[in-house]
Design a protein around this ligand. Structure first.
Ligand SMILES: O=P(O)(O)OC[C@@]1(O)O[C@H](CO)[C@@H](O)[C@@H]1O
Ligand SMILES: [Mg+2]
Ligand SMILES: [Mg+2]
Length: 281
């Protein structure tokens, strides 16, 4: 059966590749660093340039489609996901890594219809790895099919998480309390790539068993979340219920056995939702 979103997905892959060239070119020069919600929430002119490159290219081909872009929201655009075809864009996921030339920098493009992710594209620019997933048709990296790990014991697993950019004392205490409980299970290891999109692709690739974080945004996880489920993994909320892409909370795992051993250790809290008014953190 013809796939009505194939043209859009092909465009997403092509523009992610082009955006990756812009990112690599920018890495060869100086990067003008600015801040958003705090001194450690960084943004550069390259983030803004890449987001505009993606959005303008989509508008030319799909004028009725809508957008949720990280830097557009930061500039005051609404973060409202409707049933309309919507491109959810993180032009550079891992801006801090980009500023420091730490080699995990991704262009993340998710595409939703009726609030369901229909395809996801995550381009790891410095590794030159193009991760793609189409709902119901699998997930791939540079054309090779992805499959999650078959490990069921958390004590034989690697868990990925991030410290985020929220330095509110209560949030930091909860983040470290959760981390301590996970580390002391014990697990084989804890890792951080510094980008949710690549963390999710690591779960989909079977390189790690799970990733959890509280504080991410919908643009960080929309594309990568489909990578995980199409590779056979599961997505949960940090308190065990269904994942809600606008809640800023996620547990992504290879299976429910591992996911269950994770969320029971977490000291959960609820940041302001992405679709909450008036401001976005
Ligand atoms: O602002 P960016 O670079 O688009 O994304 C922020 C981010 O890299 O920071 C978190 C690490 O704390 C990740 O989960 C998330 O993807
Ligand atoms: Mg991001
Ligand atoms: Mg970003």
């Amino acid at each position: 059966m013809a796939d009505q979103w194939q043209n859009a997905m092909d465009h997403a892959v092509a523009i992610a590749q082009k955006a990756g060239e812009v990112v690599r070119e920018a890495l060869r020069g100086d990067r003008k660093v600015m801040t958003k919600s705090s001194s450690i929430d960084l943004v550069t002119q390259t983030d803004q340039k890449v987001e505009q490159l993606i959005i303008q290219s989509v508008k030319e081909r799909f004028p009725a489609h809508r957008f949720i872009g990280e830097e557009s929201v930061a500039a005051g655009e609404p973060c409202d996901l409707t049933d309309q075809p919507t491109w959810i864009i993180d032009p550079i996921d891992g801006t801090t890594n980009f500023v420091h030339a730490f080699p995990f920098v991704a262009v993340s493009i998710g595409f939703c219809v009726d609030k369901k992710v229909e395809f996801g594209v995550v381009y790891s620019c410095l590794e030159d790895k193009m991760f793609v997933a189409r709902r119901g048709r699998g997930a791939f990296c540079n054309g090779e099919p992805l499959k999650v790990s078959d490990q069921e014991d958390i004590k034989r697993s690697i868990v990925v998480t991030e410290f985020g950019s929220n330095r509110d004392p209560d949030a930091v205490d909860r983040i470290f309390s959760s981390l301590r409980k996970i580390v002391c299970l014990p697990v084989h290891g804890v890792r951080s790539a510094g980008t949710a999109a690549i963390n999710l692709c690591l779960v989909a690739s079977g390189s790690v068993e799970a990733y959890y974080e509280i504080g991410i945004h919908v643009w960080d996880i929309a594309a990568g979340s489909l990578m995980v489920t199409e590779a056979g993994g599961v997505l949960l909320d940090v308190e065990g219920g269904d994942v809600d892409l606008m809640s800023r909370r996620i547990v992504a795992a290879n299976n429910r056995a591992v996911a269950g051993q994770i969320f029971r250790q977490l000291d959960a809290f609820s940041p302001p939702r992405d679709d909450a008014l008036p401001s976005h953190e």
